[in-house]
Write a protein that binds this ligand. Structure first.
Ligand SMILES: C[S@@+](CC[C@H](N)C(=O)[O-])C[C@H]1O[C@@H](n2cnc3c(N)ncnc32)[C@H](O)[C@@H]1O
Length: 311
């Protein structure tokens, strides 16, 4: 997959994340509510932040006073918090890890990867995710290191919260991109980051807010179930229904709301799950290229849904 274009001086996603929206960005950007460009919308809320593709792209083109980011994954929100508070300390750790990695031959790199992976899993028993503390800096460095050097470059944990992805054998992994981390740090100065369920954003949404929901996909078929396994607890159909109710609640508050998801009609033309859940809103089907099965062998053009409460 070609690397996305990077604009110098701008902040970009610092983690490769399952379900990342980089490929869909042009479609999402062309459907932003007009109030973003006119300045009527002053707040951006993203309750399933993941790698934050739209959050970063949006700030390349527009000025938004405040942003509120949420995700259920505490490892992910930990990374955002560390970049917000202690970017230079994180850069120092990653610089150290990167030099160590590059000073080794292939076998040494592999050994270092498994050593970090073990330390990361061991720290799970002692770390507190509830309050910011210095252990978070070490952990964020490990997460970014593992994300860059593991197989397929995806951060994924098992039910116990352990990282179990094997070594990735990349020739030149980009372990430290200090300039990007500094740019992300600057952007996060006007951003609130919280770990929690998507409904946690309820109190910050008003009529001057744009909310973008990018929930875990409803699997297209059994083989794609891998797309929902990056959160410890998964995201079932009940959650999709709960989310649609919440979408309606925010709509009635006057917020502008956009949501993306997989289109079940890709595999079953009679499956109206989302058409029924979001009836009355604008539902568009746009072509997206992404992996359609778990081993990555099947890539093809399939449709993605983009749902908005505005035209
Ligand atoms: C499709 S990914 C978002 C990808 C993101 N838009 C990007 O560009 O990288 C979905 C995210 O939802 C998070 N998630 C799962 N269940 C959640 C919940 N109940 N509340 C909030 N976030 C949740 C996952 O941890 C994951 O980061």
């Amino acid at each position: 997959m070609p690397r996305p274009k990077r604009t110098p001086g701008q902040a970009h996603p610092f983690l490769k994340w399952a379900g990342g929206k980089t490929q869909l960005l042009p479609e999402l950007i062309s459907r932003l509510p007009p109030g973003i460009a006119t300045g009527e919308i002053t707040r951006y809320v993203e309750p399933f932040i993941g790698g934050g593709a739209l959050f970063f792209a949006l700030h390349e083109h527009h000025t938004i006073e405040q942003s509120y980011l949420y995700d259920i994954n505490c490892e992910l929100t930990l990374c955002y918090s560390v970049i917000q508070k202690d970017a230079e300390a994180l850069i120092e750790r990653l610089d150290h890890l990167g030099s160590e990695y590059y000073n080794h031959d292939d076998e040494g790199r592999k050994a270092l990867f498994y050593e970090i992976r073990e330390s990361f899993n061991r720290q799970l028993t002692s770390i507190s995710f509830s309050e910011y503390n210095p252990d978070w800096i070490t952990r964020a460095a490990w997460i970014i290191f593992l994300n860059r050097t593991c197989f397929n470059g995806l951060f994924r944990v098992n039910r116990k919260g352990e990282f179990n992805v094997p070594f990735g054998k990349y020739k030149n992994p980009d372990i430290l991109n200090a300039e990007n981390l500094q740019n992300v740090h600057k952007l996060l100065a006007h951003t609130r980051i919280r770990q929690g369920d998507f409904t946690s954003c309820r109190d910050v949404v008003d009529e001057k807010t744009f909310v973008y929901f990018d929930p875990p996909y409803r699997p297209l078929n059994e083989k794609t179930a891998v797309f929902t396994s990056y959160a410890k607890d998964g995201f079932g159909e009940d959650d999709q229904v709960r989310l649609a109710d919440f979408f309606r609640e925010l709509d009635s508050r006057g917020a502008k709301v956009m949501l993306s998801n997989s289109d079940p009609k890709n595999t079953d033309p009679d499956d109206c799950f989302f058409d029924d859940l979001y009836s009355g809103f604008t539902i568009e089907r746009v072509p997206a290229t992404r992996m359609i099965n778990s081993n990555g062998a099947g890539r093809g053009v399939i449709n993605e849904l983009i749902i908005t409460n505005y035209q």
